[in-house]
Write a protein that binds this ligand. Structure first.
Ligand code: C2E
Ligand code: CA
Ligand code: CA
Ligand code: CA
Length: 274
């Protein structure tokens, strides 16, 4: 039994080593990525449900690594999030987004902040300083956070959100429905909109449960005076269903994939999709 146990531990260790080596590589690469110019942002339009007017864009980070080629943020953000690298990365994202949005007539930019960034000491002052330096009105900046960011230390988060809101920032709760927020607590937070996670939109046509969840979130949003964005909209049928359900805003490949800054600029100037 002992030998078998050791065998298992051994295999497990090797797997871990590889995982750790990969992480180390990513961390090393990320700390150089900014200086090497390997990072960029793409922008995905957020549109009104009826005329598909372009109201804003979500900024999404892209990393073209020297070693592995393009790497998904779903892979490297969680690694950055485990160290202070996330702050450097986040500062770069915010600065870049604020610079690039200045070419748009009046659309807002929606920027993702990880829980660690959100809990950073003096987060509010930090974001405000960046926005002032860029000469952008906070009303054109939406801060996207997840439920994880606010429910761990709800009291402190509520205060942070309140301050941000006072300064004019918009606040969106991202991936809504996938976290563990209680519907009851959500009213305590100063929010502007809920983003319904793609998984529920995907399921809408297939399962009653997903459709029911989408409807509930839309009703909740309405009751609390919040906007509701449906994420990951991929089909005409979903657009129709979401219109009937009463979602005000849509985002997803059906409307537009995330696009390069020059294309975003054209879409912003045109003011609508299609
Ligand atoms: P997210 O914030 O939920 O962003 C939405 C993701 O869904 C993006 O993936 C987007 O490209 C993708 N998407 C949008 N519409 C559709 C659709 O119709 N179909 C499908 N299949 N996918 C769609 P992406 O760009 O790979 O980003 C993945 C995640 O990485 C983001 O999820 C976000 O959590 C994180 N992330 C990206 N950029 C940043 C950033 O600048 N800072 C932080 N902290 N996280 C970021
Ligand atoms: Ca997001
Ligand atoms: Ca999301
Ligand atoms: Ca997500």
């Amino acid at each position: 039994a002992k030998r078998a146990g050791r065998g298992v531990v051994h295999v497990f260790d090797e797997g871990m080593d590889e995982g750790i080596r990969f992480r180390r590589r990513i961390e090393g690469g990320l700390s150089e990525a900014i200086a090497r110019g390997e990072l960029s942002l793409v922008y995905q339009p957020i549109v009104g449900r009826d005329a598909f007017d372009v109201l804003g864009f979500e900024a999404l980070l892209r990393w073209n690594t020297a070693e592995y080629g393009p790497m998904s943020p779903a892979v490297f953000i969680p690694i950055a999030e485990e160290s202070n690298l996330i702050h450097e990365l986040g500062d770069w994202v915010l600065g870049k987004a604020l610079a690039e949005m200045q070419h748009w007539p009046d659309q807002y930019v929606s920027v993702n902040f990880s829980p660690r960034q959100f809990r950073r000491h003096n987060f509010v002052g930090h974001v405000m300083e960046s926005v002032q330096r860029a000469g952008v009105s906070p009303t054109r900046v939406q801060i996207e956070i997840t439920e994880t960011a606010i429910f761990d230390d709800a009291e402190r988060a509520a205060e942070t959100l309140y301050k941000l809101r006072q300064m004019g920032f918009r606040i969106a709760l991202d991936d809504f429905g996938t976290g563990y927020s209680s519907l009851y607590n959500i009213r305590k937070f100063a929010l502007d909109c809920l983003k319904i996670d793609k998984s529920f939109i995907d399921g809408m046509g297939r399962e009653r449960e997903s459709a029911a969840i989408v409807h509930s979130i839309i009703h909740l949003g309405r009751a609390l005076g919040l906007g509701v964005v449906a994420e990951g909209v991929e089909t005409e049928a979903q657009v129709q269903a979401l219109r009937i359900a009463g979602a005000q805003y849509l985002q997803g490949y059906y409307l537009s994939r995330p696009v390069m800054p020059t294309i975003a600029r054209d879409l912003a100037a045109r003011g609508r999709i299609g």
